[in-house]
Write a protein that binds this ligand. Structure first.
Ligand code: URA
Length: 251
């Protein structure tokens, strides 16, 4: 939602007055001054006007979607590709994906308008376990399995302070990895990681010398994809929600 609309809906002032306050530098997003009235407020953003922090009274909703391959997880795509949000067209609340799956990854995606939860799960350092099934080329040797489990060095693209793009070496945290089946020159492997660096699972297998043929996320913490068909979604159950809420810091 546009920043001026967000401020106006919270009953602080009119949209026009909100534009003025924003241009005067009196509005902050997550602690940093924001002078763009057209800024798109995202779940998790903490908006402050002067000394007042805005909260909205929107009902919080939580969905589990089975993302098909060929959809992006951003709200809009400059290449005009389909977005996961379009699969929830009949959901009234404006929900956003919690973290991302690659365009070519399928499986479980949580969507919500609960910004606090989004931050807890989606941060690259979040320790929530995410479980994937990967179909990979070749068979894993015992050495490769050991390295994947104990930490493998991957190349991670990062931005330098002066805005350049570079690559740094990163050793992954311990992961659970098991071979489900091996057929011909392909293997089906289940891997659970407790972090979420960019394209981490693909990078891990590639660092071990195995191309990922397909990748599906089957669980986030205790929430499982279950029988939700590709392209469809369901509300999270009360038990699933209870588990997620336990992640929030207690007041
Ligand atoms: N790891 C990946 O490589 N891709 C995803 O989409 C999710 C995890």
């Amino acid at each position: 939602m546009r920043l001026n609309k967000y401020i106006a809906q919270a009953g602080i002032c009119s949209r026009r007055a909100a534009d003025e306050l924003t241009k005067e530098g009196k509005v902050k997003i997550n602690g940093a001054v924001m002078k763009e009235p057209g800024y798109d407020v995202k779940p998790g953003d903490v908006v402050t006007v002067g000394t007042r922090t805005i909260t909205t009274s929107e009902k919080l909703c939580y969905y589990a979607l089975n993302k098909p391959v060929g959809y992006v997880c951003t709200a809009k795509d400059e290449k005009g590709r389909k977005t996961v949000v379009s699969l929830l067209a009949d959901v009234e609340a404006r929900v956003y994906p919690v973290g991302r799956l690659d365009y070519d990854t399928s499986g479980l995606l949580i969507l919500t308008n609960d910004g606090e939860l989004t931050n807890l799960i989606a941060s690259p350092d979040s320790t929530i376990r995410k479980t994937y099934q990967a179909r990979i080329a070749g068979r894993l040797s015992l050495d490769e399995l050991w390295t994947l489990r104990n930490g493998i060095i991957i190349d991670l693209p990062v931005n330098t302070k002066d805005g350049r793009r570079t690559v740094r070496k990163y050793k992954t945290r311990p992961a659970e990895v098991r071979i489900i089946s091996e057929k011909g020159d392909e293997s089906l492997v289940e891997i659970s990681i407790s972090e979420g660096k960019n394209r981490q699972v693909r990078r891990m297998f590639e660092a071990a010398g195995h191309k990922v043929i397909s990748l599906e996320r089957i669980a986030i913490g205790d929430i499982k994809l279950g029988r939700t068909k590709p392209g469809t979604y369901r509300r999270l159950t009360d038990a699933e929600l209870k588990g997620l809420m336990a992640l929030k810091p207690q007041e």
